[in-house]
Ligand binder design. Structure first.
Ligand SMILES: *Cc1c(COP(=O)(O)O)cnc(C)c1O
Length: 382
């Protein structure tokens, strides 16, 4: 390995997770694979071809640039939905490439119409309605205006979807709010259909929605975190596993993150280790230097708290996390040599460092830890 660290992606785990999701969601429900934030840190260019190989044929991204990257990574048709940012001057490219996109404001609808007219093309839109999250989406009055615009310009719109986003289905404490959102969604959908507009896909669910509230599956689910092998929250996992005889997690983590020992050092009692005085050796110690730091996503908040695996054993991160390096305590290990494998996330022997352990210690969501993994880390599929 000539890179200071690498992320290894397991094809077998991809196959397992997609098979599980397919089986649970049923044949009627389309999966749109959410690959925003560089496929949750896994790498768009590596993950998208794998997902495609195992049958995924619809992808969701946040912005136009990601849509282009996904499209270039696919061998088949590009069925891609842009959920968020599109610069005004890229709308023509969006239409030419046939990307689908979410319309959450009348401004975007009107821009799409203007460009569609100029190019004599159809905009493939998903109308997003505001149902209670109060983040994005058309309110009732705006929906009526949108309906009017669409009816008057039928030749320039293909209504691919009608959608909303749920405000926290991963926690039971949001139950009432979710129910209210669903009620509102169906009411707004009825308004749309009364005007003779029938969207191809009605969709509201992310991973947690699809599992905690099966009726939110509708025609399509936008699955992000679960396809990578993580549950949206402990609650969602427990809720699922409670009703099952087999208590093993049906999902497999796709990703592991490896580095190497760069140097080994002996430290005398009383010496401070690393920058400042955050760690003082209480005995004679041995340390390993590892070329991974906050510049590639190993959060500084793991200073004196993180763990890595060396020789199948847990080793504490001591001192502060540097930009490109961490120091681990290997006093309890014999014979650690330069270039020995270090696991930052993943399994080694009987031990495992999970992203959740990582995120709990550093007070981040698992989503956040993943999204912070630098795109500069080399990624490869096994
Ligand atoms: C990120 C996102 C998803 C996927 O959420 P997961 O919890 O990762 O499944 C679905 N829908 C929207 C609008 C999103 O932004």
């Amino acid at each position: 390995m000539n890179r200071s660290s690498e992320i290894i992606l397991s094809e077998k785990a991809v196959e397992n997770n997609i098979r599980f999701l397919r089986k649970k969601l049923g044949p009627q429900v389309k999966i749109s694979s959410v690959v925003k934030a560089n496929a949750y840190g896994h790498g768009i260019e590596q993950i998208v071809p794998l997902f495609e190989k195992y049958g995924i044929d619809h992808f969701s991204v946040f912005d136009f640039t990601e849509a282009e990257r996904v499209c270039q990574s696919l061998t088949g048709d590009c069925n891609i939905m842009i959920m968020g940012w599109i610069p005004d001057d890229r709308m023509d490219n969006v239409l030419k490439k046939g990307f689908e996109f979410v319309v959450f404001s009348l401004e975007r609808l009107n821009l799409a119409l203007k460009v569609a007219r100029a190019l004599n093309l159809k905009a493939r839109i998903h109308l997003e309605v505001e149902t209670g999250m109060n983040r994005s989406g058309l309110n009732g009055k705006e929906l009526n205006q949108a309906i009017e615009t669409i009816i008057n310009n039928r030749e320039h719109f293909e209504v691919r979807g009608f959608c909303t986003h749920l405000a926290g289905p991963e926690s039971i404490s949001n139950h009432l709010r979710i129910q209210k959102q669903l009620k509102k969604f169906h009411k707004m959908l009825a308004t749309l259909e009364e005007h003779g507009i029938y969207p191809t896909y009605r969709h509201v669910a992310n991973s947690a929605g699809a599992f905690a509230y099966p009726k939110t599956r509708m025609d399509l689910v936008r699955i992000g975190i679960m396809q990578y092998g993580f549950w949206p929250s402990t609650e969602t996992f427990i809720q699922y596993i409670n009703s099952k005889a087999d208590k093993t997690d049906p999902l497999d983590r796709i990703m592991s993150w490896h580095s190497k020992v760069m140097a080994v050092k002996e430290i005398k009692t009383g010496e401070f280790i690393g920058y400042g005085i955050t760690y003082q050796a209480q005995t004679d110690m041995r340390t390993a230097l590892i070329p991974v730091g906050y510049s590639v996503g190993f959060s500084r908040s793991l200073s004196n708290r993180g763990r890595v695996l060396i020789h199948g054993q847990r080793c504490r991160v001591i001192g502060v996390v540097n930009m490109n390096m961490i120091i681990a305590d290997i006093t309890h290990l014999e014979g650690v040599k330069i270039c020995d494998d270090v696991v930052i996330i993943g399994k080694q022997g009987q031990q495992e460092i999970k992203v959740t352990a990582f995120s709990d210690i550093s007070d981040q969501l698992n989503y956040e830890v993943l999204a912070h993994l630098s795109p500069r880390i080399y990624r490869r599929v096994v």
